[in-house]
Design a protein around this ligand. Structure first.
Ligand code: XUL
Length: 537
C-alpha cells in the first residue's frame, strides 16, 4: 500500500496573480511542467473594464479585488477542463504582484471558513472586502504619506537602513496610511489587510494567512535585521495596525492545508499543503534558481533586476528585501514601472504595431546608436523617482525633440532601458560573478533582438529557461521544496538542481560590446539621467 502511494504521481501548482492576468503552472516532482493556463483580465473579464488589468485615475491606480477572485474561479475551472487532476496535487504556492493590498472587512474570516462548495468564490466573497478597489504597485498617489514617514523617522536614510528602501509611493504602509486618513470608515471596517500574495494564499487555505518576509519587505514596514514589523512605523499608522496585519512569517513556511471548499469543489486531497505565497519578484528569483553572482532580469509590465546578496547594502535607489530562498541572505532589486507597456507604445509609434518590424529596425541599427541616447517614461518612473515623458539626446548630449529615424528611436528605447539597469545595479554593488549569468524571464524575454542588446550592454552571456513564467514556476518549486520537508531537511538549491539542464544560452555579447558599452558611456548615461531629473523640478 505504502509502495503504491509512493508510485502515484504527485503534482504541484504554482500561481502568479500578476498585473494583467493570473497564471498557473502544474509541475511534477521532476520539475516538468505538466499543464499551464491563464486568465487574462482585460479580455476574459471585460465586465471590470480594466486596461492592462488596472484602472488608472490620475496617479491613483487600482484593480477591483473581486476581479482577482473571479479570475481564480475561472482559472481553476479552466485547469479542470484542460484535464488537470487536482487529486494528485500535493502542494500549492505562488506569487502576487508586489505592494498591492487587500482589505478584508470585519467578518471576512468567517465568510472564508464557511464557503459553500457548490457556489463560485466571487459570489460568496462579493461582500468580504471593506475596500472594493485594491491599490496596486503602479499607484503613485501617496507622495504626502511618504514625506511624512521619512520625516517621522528622521530622514530617508534612517528608513532605508531600517527597512531596505526609502519611502516609495507604492509601498504598502504608505497606501494604508492614506486609506486610514482619507477613508477612515474603510480602515475601521477592516478586519485584516493582506498583500496580493497572502490574499491568494488565504483563498486556498480558507483562512486569512500571514504575510511572508520577502513580500513584506516591500511595505516600508519590515525591519530587515530582526524581520518583524517596526513598532514606530506601526504606531505611525495606528495602534491597531499590527492586529490587522498579523505576524511576519518566513517565505519557506507552510501556512496550512487546502480548505474544505477547495477539496469538495475541485477534489484536492486533504493533505495538499499551502506554502506561503510571496511577491512576484522574489518568486521569480526562486523560479530562475538565482545563485550568488547571477543577475535575474525580468522583462514584464514592470522591468526588474534582482540578485542575491549576503550583506545588505541599502541605497536610496533600489531595494533590499529579505531573500525568499536563501534565508540568511538578502535580495537586491531595482524595479522600473515603464517596461512592456512602454515598449509596446514605442512599437506602435515607430514599427506599425509589429514586433517583427520592431526587431528588424533594432537589428538594423549599430550598437551605441551613433551616440544617441533616449529614455522613455510613460508613467512616473520609480528609478529615478517621478520622471515622466520622452527624453532624447544626441551624441553631443543636446536635448532633441525626435531622432531622425524610426530605427534610432527603437534602439534608443531598448538601449536606454538596459543601460539604466546596468548603471543602477552596479551602483547598488551588483557585480556579475566569474561564472555569473544574466538570467532572463518575463513576456519580452522571448524577444531575441532585445536579449542581444542585454548581452551587449552587460557584456555577459544571457540565459533563458524554456518556460517564461518564472514567478509561477517559483511558486510550484517552493511548494515541492516544502513537500520534501522544507529548508530544515533539504536546501532549495538541491530541489531545483535539475533546472541546470534546462537553461539555454539565448545571446552572447558581440566582440565590440565591451568597448561600446564602457564606463564612459555609463557615466554619460548617468549624467543625462540627472539632467532629466533636474528638468522635472
Ligand atoms: C516591484 C514592483 C513590481 C510589481 C509588479 O517592486 O513594484 O515589479 O511586483 O508585479
Amino acid at each position: 500500500m505504502e509502495e503504491e502511494e509512493q508510485n502515484v504521481e504527485k503534482h504541484f501548482i504554482g500561481l502568479d496573480l500578476s498585473t494583467q492576468q493570473i497564471k498557473a503552472v502544474v509541475i511534477d516532482e521532476n520539475l516538468q511542467v505538466v499543464a499551464e493556463s491563464a486568465v487574462h483580465f482585460d479580455s476574459m473579464l471585460p465586465e471590470y473594464r480594466t486596461h492592462g488589468g488596472v484602472n488608472i485615475s490620475g496617479n491613483v491606480v487600482t484593480a477591483p479585488t473581486i476581479m482577482w477572485v473571479k479570475g481564480l474561479d475561472m482559472l481553476l475551472d479552466k485547469l479542470r477542463v484542460e484535464g488537470v487532476e487536482f487529486s494528485k496535487v500535493k502542494g500549492i504556492s505562488g506569487a502576487g504582484q508586489q505592494h498591492g493590498s487587500v482589505y478584508w472587512r470585519i467578518g471576512a474570516q468567517k465568510i472564508l471558513e464557511e464557503l459553500q462548495p457548490e457556489r463560485f468564490l466571487h459570489d460568496q466573497l462579493a461582500s468580504a472586502f471593506s475596500l472594493l478597489d485594491s491599490p496596486i504597485w503602479m499607484d503613485s498617489s501617496t507622495t504626502d504619506q511618504c514625506a511624512q514617514l521619512e520625516e517621522f523617522l528622521g530622514g530617508p536614510e534612517t528608513l532605508t537602513a531600517l527597512t531596505g528602501s526609502r519611502a516609495y509611493e507604492r509601498f504598502t504602509v504608505n497606501q494604508i496610511k492614506k486609506i486610514s486618513i482619507e477613508k477612515k470608515e474603510v480602515y475601521l471596517n477592516t478586519e485584516r489587510i493582506s498583500l496580493v500574495s497572502s490574499f491568494a494564499a488565504s483563498i486556498f487555505a480558507g483562512k486569512i494567512v500571514d504575510i511572508d518576509w520577502s513580500d513584506g519587505s516591500g511595505m516600508n514596514l519590515l525591519n530587515l535585521t530582526n524581520k518583524s514589523w517596526v513598532p514606530q512605523i506601526l504606531n505611525f499608522v495606528g495602534d491597531d495596525l499590527e492586529a490587522k496585519l498579523g505576524q511576519v512569517i518566513r517565505t519557506d513556511s507552510i501556512v496550512g492545508r487546502i480548505s474544505t471548499y477547495m477539496q469538495e469543489r475541485y477534489g484536492f486531497p486533504e493533505d495538499c499543503l499551502i506554502g506561503a505565497f510571496t511577491g512576484d519578484n522574489p518568486s521569480s528569483m526562486a523560479g530562475l534558481g538565482i545563485r550568488k553572482g547571477d543577475l535575474g532580469y525580468s522583462l514584464g509590465t514592470s522591468d526588474t533586476v534582482f540578485a542575491c546578496v549576503d550583506q545588505p547594502n541599502p541605497q536610496l535607489t533600489g531595494h533590499i528585501f529579505t531573500n525568499p530562498i536563501h534565508t540568511s541572505a538578502y535580495m537586491a532589486m531595482l524595479c522600473y514601472k515603464n517596461g512592456s507597456l512602454t515598449r509596446e507604445r514605442v512599437r506602435n509609434d515607430f514599427a506599425e504595431g509589429s514586433w517583427e518590424k520592431f526587431n528588424q529596425l533594432l537589428d538594423s541599427t549599430p550598437r551605441g546608436n551613433f551616440g544617441n541616447i533616449g529614455v522613455y517614461y510613460d508613467l512616473p518612473e520609480i528609478v529615478p523617482a517621478g520622471v515622466q515623458g520622452d527624453f532624447r539626446f544626441n551624441k553631443s548630449d543636446e536635448a532633441v525633440k525626435k531622432f531622425s529615424s524610426a530605427e534610432m528611436e527603437i534602439r534608443a528605447l531598448v538601449e536606454g532601458q538596459i543601460l539604466a539597469k546596468r548603471f543602477h545595479a552596479e551602483r547598488m554593488g551588483f557585480r556579475l560573478g566569474e561564472n555569473g549569468r544574466v538570467l532572463v524571464t518575463g513576456g519580452a524575454s522571448a524577444n531575441k533582438a532585445i536579449l542581444q542588446v542585454i548581452a551587449d550592454v552587460f557584456n555577459s552571456n544571457v540565459y533563458s529557461l524554456p518556460a517564461v513564467n518564472s514567478a509561477a514556476l517559483g511558486g510550484a518549486y517552493r511548494a515541492l521544496h516544502l513537500f520534501k520537508g522544507g529548508t530544515e531537511k533539504i536546501s532549495y538549491d538541491e530541489v531545483v538542481s535539475k533546472l541546470e539542464a534546462e537553461i539555454t544560452l539565448a545571446a552572447e555579447p558581440n566582440k565590440d560590446a565591451a568597448t561600446i558599452y564602457n564606463k564612459e558611456l555609463l557615466a554619460r548615461f548617468a549624467n543625462l539621467e540627472q539632467k532629466v531629473v533636474k528638468s522635472m523640478t
